[in-house]
Ligand binder design. Structure first.
Ligand SMILES: *[C@@H]1O[C@H](CO)[C@@H](O)[C@H](O)[C@H]1NC(C)=O
Ligand SMILES: *[C@@H]1O[C@H](CO)[C@@H](O)[C@H](O)[C@H]1NC(C)=O
Ligand SMILES: *[C@@H]1O[C@H](CO)[C@@H](O)[C@H](O)[C@H]1NC(C)=O
Ligand SMILES: *[C@@H]1O[C@H](CO)[C@@H](O)[C@H](O)[C@H]1NC(C)=O
Ligand SMILES: *[C@@H]1O[C@H](CO)[C@@H](O)[C@H](O)[C@H]1NC(C)=O
Ligand SMILES: *[C@@H]1O[C@H](CO)[C@@H](O)[C@H](O)[C@H]1NC(C)=O
Length: 443
């Protein structure tokens, strides 16, 4: 009993001292402690343990991963962390769909704490790049809605889809082998995209059960958390606990969405055809959805629900302070006046919406608050550019502070494993190479 009191006093003191360092987050910290999950009492509540800052997030396609990337970018900026970013020749992705190598990383962004830009996962190269206590996280989405989204997003971009008469999803699924060429450029958007992004073989036949099992086990070994897009807030709660982050570290605005009119719902027949065409992805999804729910049940359904509610309330408050009580205005790219906020459009047939800032935002806001509001809704290509600029500045400043470096470069650990010239060869045009001939797509 008295131990419990001592513990509570300790918690109170720690909270107060925490607040002195993180002023302004009083409410959330208090609420989180007050409503905190029972399962957490056995170890320090989040916020009392140092935040884990070395994170590799594998950004998969069409899975709400742009929203996650934005969240990680903001976390990195707030905490002065380094985010590994692609060299210019790779565009804003690590030369996807080529398999990741550390040569794709811009030297001004080394050594990194966080990596989150699109890549095709390569474990050995990632481990070479990242600190050894890095926590690996990724996100999956239900294969039916995912494939429908891929089909619509890459309709004019991916040959396997372009061949289909009338852009008909039904026609594609009726005879996928008629349209799909496994070795063709961009074929990874047309089959088992998640498996491909995770470094697997998208064209293994469904009958190769041993391969599928082995692959699942490998993903399980590498990733501490596999988030599920359908349960995004719940996944964020798990992420927060895993990394000992605060509630305000997981606030987000949904990014890179289509207009509701370019989405469609699937008949059960179509959904099951999608699952069998993408059988490796379907297996991955089922396995990690089950594992997500197991992890959630360890925290306790009531606790998770409370945290989700807190998150949503905090989000509303943030929206209110940023955008005056309403969500920022959802607009098609052409209508967005601020070009820093225009999302990339895959084709004329789908409308990826973005946000515009309210015209009156500049009134009555500190520039710091304005900056945060802008970053919350900044699309990935622009944010990547902004981060590269600020990190390059910081890198050069650091360089000037170390005059010895001019004659005898002090090599940081990562440099020793990298070649001197971090130039990525630009794919010769016309060779069918898949790297960066077009602005590669977002999420
Ligand atoms: C704390 O919450 C109350 C109401 O819930 C609000 O009026 C107040 O501004 C909040 N304080 C801070 C520091 O966020
Ligand atoms: C980040 O760096 C800036 C400038 O060097 C410094 O003022 C700030 O306190 C740092 N923030 C953190 C969280 O370390
Ligand atoms: C991680 O790297 C550090 C420094 O290089 C080393 O001291 C530590 O033992 C390593 N930890 C693990 C778990 O490999
Ligand atoms: C494509 O659309 C046209 C006109 O709507 C229709 O006549 C034709 O049968 C369609 N083709 C396929 C393969 O669905
Ligand atoms: C994910 O798993 C939960 C728990 O087993 C289940 O209720 C839910 O239907 C699954 N979601 C999907 C989209 O399959
Ligand atoms: C901005 O304008 C909208 C509507 O015109 C208004 O509701 C909102 O309160 C204003 N916000 C600020 C910060 O002035």
């Amino acid at each position: 009993m008295s131990q419990r009191k001592i513990f509570l006093v300790f918690v109170a003191i720690s909270t107060v001292s925490l607040l002195l360092h993180h002023g302004g987050h009083l409410n959330w910290t208090m609420e989180a402690l007050h409503l905190g999950c029972p399962a957490l009492r056995s170890h320090p509540a989040p916020g009392l343990k140092p935040k884990h800052t070395n994170v590799a997030f594998l950004k998969t396609h069409k899975t709400a991963s742009t929203t996650m990337q934005n969240l990680l970018f903001r976390f990195a900026e707030r905490n002065n962390l380094t985010v590994a970013l692609p060299v210019q020749a790779c565009s804003h992705q690590f030369c996807y769909p080529r398999s990741f190598t550390s040569h794709f990383v811009h030297p001004h962004t080394l050594p990194p704490n966080i990596v989150t830009s699109h890549m095709r996962f390569n474990k050995a190269e990632m481990q070479r790049l990242m600190p050894n206590d890095t926590i690996y996280v990724t996100i999956l989405r239900e294969p039916g809605s995912m494939f429908e989204s891929l089909f619509s997003y890459y309709n004019q971009y991916c040959q396997s889809f372009k061949r289909v008469p009338n852009g008909s999803l039904e026609a594609f699924l009726e005879e996928p082998w008629r349209y799909y060429r496994p070795d063709e450029k961009d074929s990874m958007y047309a089959r088992n995209t998640l498996t491909f992004d995770l470094g697997g073989d998208k064209d293994r036949p469904a009958t190769d059960v041993a391969y599928a099992r082995g692959f699942l086990a490998e993903v399980d070994r590498v990733y501490s958390l596999v988030m599920i897009a359908e349960y995004f807030d719940e996944s964020l709660v798990l992420l927060r606990h895993l990394l000992s982050w605060d509630l305000d570290d997981i606030l987000y605005v949904k990014l890179n969405m289509r207009t509701p009119s370019s989405k469609r719902s699937l008949t059960p027949g179509l959904a099951s055809k999608i699952r069998s065409w993408n059988s490796l992805d379907a297996r991955l999804y089922d396995h990690f959805n089950a594992s997500l729910w197991r992890q959630l049940s360890v925290l306790g359904a009531a606790c998770v629900a409370r945290e989700v509610k807190l998150l949503q309330r905090a989000q509303e408050r943030l929206m209110k302070s940023c955008f005056g009580g309403r969500m920022p205005l959802l607009r098609s790219a052409a209508q967005i006046k601020n070009k820093d906020l225009r999302p990339w459009q895959p084709s004329g047939k789908v409308d990826i919406v973005g946000y515009d800032l309210p015209v009156n935002l500049s009134r009555g806001f500190s520039s710091q608050a304005q900056e945060l509001c802008l970053k919350l809704i900044m699309p990935e290509v622009q944010y990547t550019r902004v981060l590269l600029r600020t990190q390059s500045l910081r890198y050069r400043r650091g360089y000037q502070l170390r005059p010895a470096q001019q004659s005898h470069p002090i090599q940081q650990p990562i440099h020793t494993t990298l070649p001197r010239h971090l130039q990525v060869q630009r794919p010769a045009s016309g060779t069918g190479s898949t790297a960066t001939s077009k602005p590669a797509a977002g999420t």
